[in-house]
Design a protein around this ligand. Structure first.
Ligand code: GH3
Ligand code: MG
Ligand code: MG
Length: 190
C-alpha cells in the first residue's frame, strides 16, 4: 500500500515537473524552461568570452490560418512547426515555444553568421513542408530575427532577446518569410 502510494506520488511529481517545463500543445520547452537554461548558457558564454546567438521566429499571418481553418487546425500548425524545428536542432541548441505562435532558439558558442545560416535552413524547411489536414494543404512561412551577444559587460539575456525581436520586426516589415540579423540591414528575401 505504502509502496504504491510512493510510486503514485513519484509519477505525480514527474507529471507536475513535465507540466512546469514543457508546452502542452507542442511538447517542446516552454518559456520558463527556456529562461532557466538559457540564463546559465548566457552566463557561461560571458564568463568564457564565447558568443551566443538567439533567434526569435514567428509564423507569418497565423491569424489567417485560425480564421480560415479554425483554432484546432491552427494548433496543429503550431505542433507541425515545432516538430520541424525540433528535427533540425544541433548540439548545444536550445529551442522553446516563446508564446503564441512565436518560438525561440539559443545557440551557445555560435555567431550571428552561424545563426543566420541555421535560421535560413529552418525557414526553407518550414516553407517546404506544408501541413495537410482534412484534404486541405496549408502553406506555412515564418520570419526570423537573429542577434549575437555584443560582449558589452552589462548585457543581459533580455537585451539580446530584444535585439532578436527588433530583427524579427524588420523581417516582418520587409516582407515576411525571411531572416534578418540585428545590426544588418534587411536584404535578399524569400
Ligand atoms: P504576422 O505575420 O505579423 O506575425 O501576423 P500574425 O497573423 O501571425 O500575427 P498576429 O499577432 O496578428 O496573430 C497571431 C495569432 O495567433 C492570434 C492568436 O489568436 C493566435 N494564437 C496564439 N496562440 C495560439 C494557440 O495556441 N493556438 C492557436 N490556434 N492560435 C494561437
Ligand atoms: Mg505571426
Ligand atoms: Mg506573433
Amino acid at each position: 500500500m505504502i509502496i504504491s502510494d510512493i510510486t503514485e506520488l513519484k509519477l505525480l511529481q514527474q507529471k507536475l515537473e513535465h507540466h512546469a517545463y514543457y508546452d502542452e500543445l507542442t511538447q517542446v520547452f516552454n518559456r520558463r524552461a527556456f529562461f532557466e537554461r538559457c540564463e546559465s548558457d548566457f552566463a557561461r558564454a560571458k564568463r568564457e568570452a564565447l558568443p551566443l546567438t538567439t533567434i526569435l521566429f514567428d509564423i507569418d499571418n497565423f491569424k489567417q490560418v485560425n480564421d480560415t481553418y479554425g483554432h484546432s487546425v491552427g494548433d496543429q500548425v503550431l505542433a507541425h512547426v515545432a516538430r520541424i524545428a525540433n528535427s533540425c536542432l544541433q548540439e548545444g541548441m536550445l529551442f522553446a515555444r516563446y508564446g503564441g505562435e512565436e518560438f525561440v532558439l539559443a545557440l551557445a558558442g555560435r555567431s550571428a553568421t552561424d545563426g543566420k545560416t541555421f535560421a535560413e535552413q529552418l525557414r526553407r524547411r518550414i516553407a517546404a513542408q506544408p501541413l495537410t489536414v482534412g484534404g486541405k494543404t496549408i502553406s506555412i512561412t515564418s520570419s526570423f530575427g537573429v542577434a549575437e551577444t555584443t560582449g558589452v559587460v552589462d548585457e543581459s539575456l533580455q537585451h539580446l532577446l530584444h535585439f532578436s525581436d527588433k530583427a524579427l520586426y524588420e523581417a516582418k516589415r520587409s516582407g515576411r518569410n525571411r531572416v534578418c540579423v540585428y545590426g544588418q540591414s534587411a536584404s535578399g528575401g524569400a
